[in-house]
Write a protein that binds this ligand. Structure first.
Ligand code: SF4
Length: 578
């Protein structure tokens, strides 16, 4: 059975897309949501864009099936059977650059059923560097660049009528890229995202789709597309021009979502939520009577005490600010167009009105030096009452940093770069060895600081921790949870004996990495799925995540207790220092 017609199909939209020709072939389309959740009890970022493309194709009256590969046993076998049982002719999927492996497995599976099945990929992974992505996806026939709603219908029409697909704007093939299509000017004409067949109701039922610590019944809604700024680490997959929907259109979607799914919380997934004060005033007036909670992200230079107080009064429970650095020279190099003083003012304003504010510092800009890192860390230490995470820049395809890295030869093979999905690279002024040492030092600094130990990052002493780590693995089997590249490198630097010891097991809970590499090695040691704990009856877990928060630890402790009865104790870095 194909799925229901989407909500809000306008005549304007039907007038600008290619509807099926009466003389064309009647094909069966399948839109596949990639498998992102490795386990059945965790949520995953529900791909809003894929749901709108699904709507756009359904709105044309084409025969569209949908399949969500999350929470499926043997998901590729499931996909294979679905394609055969429903005589699928065209398989579509899409996502971001970091999702190469989980998209590739979809196209590979489709082609393994029948090489005549047409495969189409869309999303940021294609838009960022279309020819590179098409080369990396050996089994994808077409790529859809940028916003897919119109292009996907034109491509479908060409396939149905054997027309020349090489004339469609916004399509990439193995041999070339056609002129890009202009951005969709009137976002109000688009159908609402269609969740039917994607099992969204299961996430809602099980309270799994919660992007905010206050909410369990939540959904994403995008009010606008793109952003007028061009920060060097960022890439706009929906075009360069900032556009916004009308309030009437946004609230029609909210009404529909609330009525259908009984939602009580929304995350406004805009790149830039607060475009101007007039818009946000109107938005707050409209949303307040709904008595919902909601969260959004915005720039620090768009807020004031008045605006944040209006947001809070209208139900906003969390605001995410783009902080990026606490050093003005780095903010300038990032083309962020903000200052540390504006960051301070924004967080102060949030505190004043009692609104929970979060932000990230991302180290590793082109102009970053040891001194600017220390500068940002000192600022971070001085603002412990704010929720600021310390991260490192990932060089995503399409960004200015990516283009610079190619120009400088830091990325010598972009296809391999996409396939390998190791996008933390050194593009800064810091020499390589020193950069990776700093990565480790910052992680350790966070560990120690989170454990209540103030240290000078320039003079870290690992000897106490090294001895305790060695004692730990000598006395029995230890699972390091969760292992990520920086944690592994940090542990390896502190105690290579601990990492190499046969009693030490590195547990990888990142589904993207597990998908992309299977059981892969970090610092010469294989990383393993959490199942290894049960298989080896491991009694000790070293909680290794650097963002130490007691609430997070207690959640993880409960989860490990529940899933892995062999575990008798969970050790933190603080325990190793006592
Ligand atoms: S980081 Fe934020 S402000 Fe900068 S370009 Fe991206 S979305 Fe816009």
């Amino acid at each position: 059975m194909t799925e229901n017609m989407p909500e809000h199909v306008t005549q304007e939209f039907l007038d600008i897309i290619k509807l099926p020709s009466p003389d064309g072939k009647r094909l069966n389309y399948l839109i596949v949501m990639p498998r992102m959740a490795e386990r059945d009890d965790i949520s995953y970022p529900f791909p809003y864009g894929l749901c709108i493309v699904s709507s756009a194709l359904k709105a044309s009256g084409r025969n569209v099936f949908t399949l969500n590969l999350n929470y499926k046993q043997n998901h590729l076998e499931h996909l294979r059977n679905f394609i055969i049982d429903n005589s699928i002719d065209v398989v579509l999927s899409g996502g971001l650059s970091g999702q190469y492996a989980i998209l590739k497995e979809i196209f590979d599976t489709a082609k393994s059923v029948d090489t005549d099945i047409v495969t189409i990929c869309g999303g940021g992974i294609i838009t960022a560097d279309p020819l590179v992505a098409m080369q990396a996806f050996e089994t994808a026939d077409y790529g859809v660049i940028g916003e897919g709603e119109i292009t996907v219908n034109e491509l479908a029409y060409a396939i149905e009528t054997n027309a020349d697909s090489a004339r469609i704007c916004g399509v990439a093939t193995k041999s070339g890229v056609l002129p890009t299509r202009g951005e969709i000017a009137n976002l109000d004409c688009l159908p609402f995202p269609n969740y039917d067949g994607f099992e969204f109701e299961l996430l809602v039922r099980d309270g799994l789709y919660s992007s905010d610590r206050f909410a369990t019944i939540a959904a994403n809604v995008a009010i606008s597309r793109s952003c007028p700024y061009n920060c060097t680490f960022c890439f706009h997959s929906s075009g360069k021009k900032y556009r916004r929907r009308s309030l009437d259109n946004v609230f029609e979607e909210l009404d529909w979502l609330i009525a259908k799914y009984k939602l009580t919380h929304f995350t406004f997934a805009d790149e830039l939520f607060i475009g101007n004060a007039e818009f946000i005033t109107g938005f707050c007036e409209r949303i307040k009577p709904y008595n919902l909670t909601w969260g959004a992200q915005t720039r620090v230079d768009t807020v004031s005490v008045e605006i944040l107080s209006r947001l809070k009064d209208a139900g906003c429970s969390m605001i995410l600010f783009g902080v990026e650095s606490a050093d003005n020279s780095i903010l300038k190099s990032m083309r962020k167009n903000i200052t540390v003083e504006q960051i301070d003012a924004a967080f102060d304003a949030a505190k004043q009105v009692g609104l929970w504010a979060r932000g990230n510092i991302i180290f590793g800009d082109l102009e970053e030096t040891r001194e600017t890192i220390v500068h940002s860390l000192n600022w971070w230490k001085a603002h412990q009452n704010w929720t600021i995470y310390l991260l490192w820049i990932y060089t995503f395809p399409g960004s200015h940093l990516y283009k610079t890295a190619i120009k400088r030869g830091i990325i010598s093979d972009p296809v391999k770069y996409l396939k390998d999905n190791r996008m933390q690279i050194n593009v800064s002024k810091i020499p390589d060895k020193e950069y990776w040492d700093m990565v480790v030092n910052v992680e350790l600094f966070q560990w120690l600081y989170g454990a209540g130990i103030d240290v000078d990052i320039e003079a870290l002493d690992f000897s106490v921790v090294a001895k305790k780590l060695t004692d730990l693995c000598v006395s029995g089997k230890v699972a390091v949870w969760p292992i990520i590249l920086t944690v592994a490198e940090m542990l390896n630097r502190i105690s290579p004996e601990f990492v190499a010891h046969p009693n030490t097991f590195l547990v990888n809970v990142n589904p993207h990495e597990v998908h992309s590499k299977g059981v892969f090695e970090i610092t010469g040691k294989p990383t393993l799925l959490p199942q290894v704990i049960e298989d080896n009856q491991i009694e000790t877990v070293l909680y290794a995540f650097p963002q130490f928060k007691s609430t997070v630890l207690s959640e993880i402790t409960m989860m490990i207790d529940d899933l892995y009865p062999s575990v008798k104790r969970i050790v933190t870095i603080k325990d190793l220092l006592d």
